[in-house]
Ligand binder design. Structure first.
Ligand code: FES
Length: 580
């Protein structure tokens, strides 16, 4: 990919605020000077926004104020003026009804803040799951030079001699309690050991996946994804990112130069190789929509099919992000893809060079963490995209997290109409269910929940867990936490709340799943299906007002990224002049 840097010096966008001696310019500079900034900082040098999702209510990002200071060091050193600003911070662990419902709100905030304020480029500080895609989406819609630095994962968790992974062990311990293998007191005792340092989830959950996606897309410096949050090298990464963005502004290297179709294909293959989260599907589709790249579910299936999962991290494998970093991190995986002919080597990155240039010299320091191909966790690690009369617009399944013997399965549906119905009946010892059944959960998609909750890996009934069975086929229009596992069909589309076929499945129907054939079939006649759909009425009422009503009305389906229909595309950085 060839990129020609813009000539330098030239007049930058920020000079529309700060340049000259007009009344407006004096007004703008005067207010900024109340922060103690010397006059020469407004002399035409790059003004760098630091878009910060810091929040004490987003614990995964609570250390980002410190990283922002490191970014500032780098910006000043390189001759820029750093200006930090906050944006709405959707937290996976504390926000209701779901953080996903607020991803688009955050992306809107980011876009309008970047465009409306006096900056020439922006450093995106993200960590928790939704913050990374939201920042990429917002920045892509403005298309000023942008670079992402992640907060980094937490240190490994440890509990009674066992390595404990964020989320993954929450599910495991919770099922152990249900199965009578762990006491409730032990479960509570384990909670502090799961989250013992600043940072994001330490598994290859959605946060680590999205940090990896940003790096594979070329939107972060090489090596960014895996450095632990508390490792001094995380601060160095922030510092170097601050230096780099100043040169990106001078060169006018923009997200649209970097996030090409090749870059997205590199990211999809990387996701397969790392055993990344199914949430990456939705988020990358949404980011691609912002840069005008025609990315589809079929691209996910096509690009991921031949890629083995070689990163041995929970939830698919056994290690955690700390080991991944010590083994060499994502650059090793990208190099592996390049050597296998599975990488667009010429894809441009924020470095100004190619992705291949960044990784060609790296080495794998631990072959139990980044496995040789012959020991891959899954031969075909890509996200499987299923279609059929139950999912006309598609559904996804993560083969590396599924049970091989269940990948081809026919079973009797046990239907839960919504999450409350599931919670009310799942522990009932009289529930008519056995391990051959297919659990079906409806009305948990973008519109239905609302916000497409991470409940697709619904826990099994206690009476089945007590038999020692840990997996069953489960189908829903929900998402699944990137830290979760199981033979779980997700994002079934159109969702039940839009009247998709999932809405009319009844307990007792037979369902066929065939992952190799990419098939998801409800075994009733076409006539019966058509008659049931004609009879369908919505299960949930549309919210009457507020953000929830906007979300309900304008959110699109997961097959296109669940963005708002009116936010798709790049709107550039032009902004009208105010007058005083
Ligand atoms: Fe924030 Fe996992 S809950 S990164």
């Amino acid at each position: 990919m060839s990129f020609t840097p813009a000539p330098w010096p030239r007049k930058l966008r920020s000079q529309e605020w700060f340049g000259g001696s007009s009344k407006d310019a004096i007004y703008h500079r005067s207010w900024m000077k109340n922060q103690g900034l010397p006059a020469d900082l407004f002399d035409g040098r790059p003004v760098i926004g630091i878009c910060n999702t810091w929040s004490e209510l987003t614990p995964c990002n609570a250390h980002l104020r410190d990283l922002a200071e490191r970014v500032k060091f780098g910006v000043y050193e390189a001759g820029g003026l750093p200006v930090e600003f906050p944006v709405f911070s959707p937290s996976e662990s504390t926000l209701r009804p779901t953080a996903m419902m607020y991803r688009n709100l955050c992306a809107m905030d980011v876009e309008e803040a970047i465009r409306g304020k006096c900056m020439d480029g922006v450093v995106l500080l993200a960590g928790c799951d939704k913050t990374t895609p939201a920042l990429l989406m917002g920045a892509a819609s403005v298309d000023l030079p942008a670079i992402l630095v992640s907060g980094g994962p937490m240190l490994n968790g440890h509990f009674r001699g066992e390595k404990v992974g964020s989320g993954t062990h929450l599910w495991r311990f919770s099922e152990a309690v249900k199965a009578g293998e762990m006491t409730a007191e032990e479960f509570v005792e384990a909670e502090a050991s799961m989250s013992r340092s600043p940072g994001s989830c330490n598994t290859m959950g959605t946060a680590s996946t999205m940090a990896s996606m940003a790096e594979a897309l070329g939107m972060a410096l090489s090596g960014n994804a895996a450095i632990p949050a508390v490792d001094a090298r995380r601060r160095v990464m922030a510092h170097l990112t601050g230096r780099r963005i100043v040169d990106m502004v001078k060169d006018d290297l923009k997200p649209s130069d970097i996030m090409t179709k090749d870059a997205f294909e590199n990211a999809i293959r990387t996701n397969a190789a790392i055993g990344g989260s199914t949430n990456a599907v939705i988020h990358l589709l949404a980011v691609a929509g912002r840069v005008g790249i025609d990315l589809t579910l079929d691209d996910w299936d096509r690009c991921g099919r031949d890629v083995p999962t070689v990163v041995n991290l929970m939830p698919s494998g056994k290690h955690l992000m700390e080991e991944f970093f010590y083994a060499g991190g994502l650059p090793v995986v990208i190099k592996r893809l390049g050597e296998a002919g599975l990488l667009h080597r010429g894809a441009l990155t924020v470095s100004g060079g190619t992705i291949w240039d960044e990784v060609r010299e790296v080495r794998n320091w631990n072959e139990d963490v980044i496995l040789p191909v012959e020991k891959a966790l899954a031969k075909s690690g890509g996200i499987a995209v299923l279609k059929g009369n139950l999912a006309p617009l598609g559904a996804v399944l993560k083969p590396s997290a599924a049970t091989p013997s269940l990948m081809r399965h026919r079973g009797r549906a046990v239907v839960f109409e919504d999450i409350d119905d599931y919670k009310a009946r799942i522990n009932d010892e009289d529930l008519d269910i056995d391990e051959s059944c297919v659990m079906v959960l409806k009305n948990c998609g973008p519109r239905g929940y609302p916000g497409m909750a991470e409940v697709g890996n619904m826990g099994l009934p206690p009476k089945i867990l007590r038999k020692g069975i840990t997996d069953m086929v489960r189908i829903s229009d929900a998402r699944m936490s990137g830290t979760a596992y199981g033979t779980v069909v997700l994002h079934t589309s159109p969702e039940a709340a839009r009247g998709g076929p999932l809405a009319v499945v009844r307990s007792g129907d037979m369902i066929e799943l065939d992952v190799a054939a990419r098939r998801l079939h409800l075994d009733i006649s076409d006539e019966e299906l058509a008659a049931r759909l004609a009879d369908w009425t919505p299960h949930t009422k549309a919210p009457a007002s507020g953000y929830a009503s906007l979300y309900h009305e304008r959110v699109m389906g997961p097959e296109t990224g669940a963005d708002f229909d009116f936010l798709v595309g790049c709107r550039g950085n032009a902004v009208g002049r105010e007058s005083h």
